[in-house]
Design a protein around this ligand. Structure first.
Ligand code: AKG
Ligand code: FE2
Length: 410
């Protein structure tokens, strides 16, 4: 199901202007954004939060993963402009995916409540998963007006003015992981996030020639950004996300390659070097460029696993020739000091994660991920010149750039 056209809400009136748009995002869009976040997220700006910002995607070789956001940002801006009667008036100040993990909450506030946030005019929060199924807690409450509280449902969006007519808070998440896509809108073009993003994207993406097939392979940020601190403990987000889905990371023990010998290196540093993926019964015969690359493929597999398992059952009656992992004598399990209990507490969904795992499906997912990434990379390189010349990110159909960016002419 594609994202459905939701009829715009009536122009806002009243003392507490806000709207709850139900079913704004399709389940497919929610799942794709979840994939991006679980592949690329880093430790957030507040405790118990993991976040993925668009500049971060551009900076880690994943500029192509901005593409799933483009239609969503455009539709959200249209919805906000139409709800608050400010057509062609708004710029997007910030777009980010946020996981609110166990213990995360935010007290009463308005979204423009700091001197450096005064430019914010409106907020849109899209819920990507479900309260009660994926997590407990995390209800959004408003101090005054209606609706007075919002129980997140995947695909729903709440839009509201960022000023003190909409003082709100989020109850503590007590179990599971609450996923949101949050956008802030501004009237001040100086805070438009697009030109900054485009300058980042042109620096990182124009360097990659279209014939460089692997230019979509992620490049990790500094290790500290993946450290999720929790009380007096913590873990590496990349490792935890891989482990929680039943995989483990392996590194080379090749005698000739001393630089990757685990005994001689900080285990976390090894995540920036080539890795393999294993499960209980062996190691998959493919080397990934780094831990982030392996994580992205695992998350892609997790996203597509139900579809892959259904296809396998249909074509083979459930008993196809299993693709066996190769036992790699040249690799050893990455000896990370993992806190399994903590990983489970933070990223183990309230809903049990069950995968009908087959290496054959995983093998297929690896090539599907390559095709998916290549296609997005190809689109990015096609769209980028249009975006750069308009200083704005927008859906490029076959419309010439000077017509498509109506907004910049106003
Ligand atoms: O996630 C929500 O429901 C609201 C988030 C919020 O209040 C904020 O990020 O300022
Ligand atoms: Fe807020």
């Amino acid at each position: 199901m594609a994202d459905t056209a939701v009829s715009p809400p009536p122009a806002a009136a009243g003392e507490h202007p806000r709207f709850h748009l139900r079913g704004f995002l399709s389940p497919e869009t929610c799942k794709e954004l979840e994939f991006v976040h679980r592949s690329c997220g880093t430790a957030g700006y507040r405790p118990s939060v993991v976040s993925t910002s668009l500049p971060h995607l551009a900076a880690t070789g994943c500029g192509h993963l901005l593409l799933p956001f483009v239609p969503v940002r455009e539709r959200l801006r249209d919805a906000v402009e139409s709800a608050f009667s400010c057509h062609f008036d708004l710029f997007i100040e910030f777009t980010g995916l946020i996981s609110w993990c166990k213990g995360a909450s935010i007290g009463w506030h308005s979204d423009d409540n700091k001197p450096y946030l005064r430019q914010r005019a409106f907020t849109a929060v899209c819920y990507l998963n479900d309260h009660g199924i994926d997590y407990k807690g995390g209800i959004l409450q408003f101090q005054d007006g209606d609706p007075s509280c919002v129980t997140p449902v995947a695909g729903d969006v709440i839009i509201y003015t960022a000023d003190d007519r909409n003082i709100h808070c989020v109850d503590e998440v007590t179990e599971g992981e609450r996923l949101t896509l949050t956008l802030w809108f501004t009237r001040d073009s100086a805070y438009d996030e697009d030109p900054k993003l485009l300058s980042f994207l042109s620096q990182t993406s124009f360097n990659n020639q279209p014939f460089d097939q692997k230019s979509y392979i992620p490049l990790p940020a500094s290790d500290i950004m993946y450290w999720f601190a929790y009380e007096h403990s913590g873990f590496d987000i990349r490792c935890a996300r891989v482990h929680i889905l039943g995989f483990c990371l392996h590194v080379s023990t090749d005698e000739d390659n001393k630089s990757v010998a685990p005994a001689e290196d900080d285990p976390i540093e090894l995540l920036g070097k080539p890795v393999w993926l294993g499960r209980e019964d062996g190691v998959f015969d493919k080397v990934f460029a780094n831990g982030l690359h392996a994580l992205q493929v695992v998350q892609f597999y997790y996203w597509k696993a139900p579809e892959l398992a259904a296809k396998r059952k249909q074509t083979s009656g459930g008993s196809g020739t299993a693709c066996r992992p190769v036992i790699q004598s040249r690799t050893t399990k990455l000896p990370l000091l993992c806190n399994h209990g903590l990983e489970q507490t933070i990223f183990g969904s309230h809903k049990n994660i069950e995968i009908d795992f087959e290496w054959k499906d995983f093998e297929l997912a690896v090539s599907m991920w390559e095709n998916y990434s290549e296609e997005l990379q190809r689109k990015l390189l096609t769209f980028l010149p249009y975006w750069v010349s308009s200083e704005a990110i927008f859906i490029v159909n076959s419309i010439p750039p000077q017509v498509s960016n109506e907004r910049n002419k106003c």
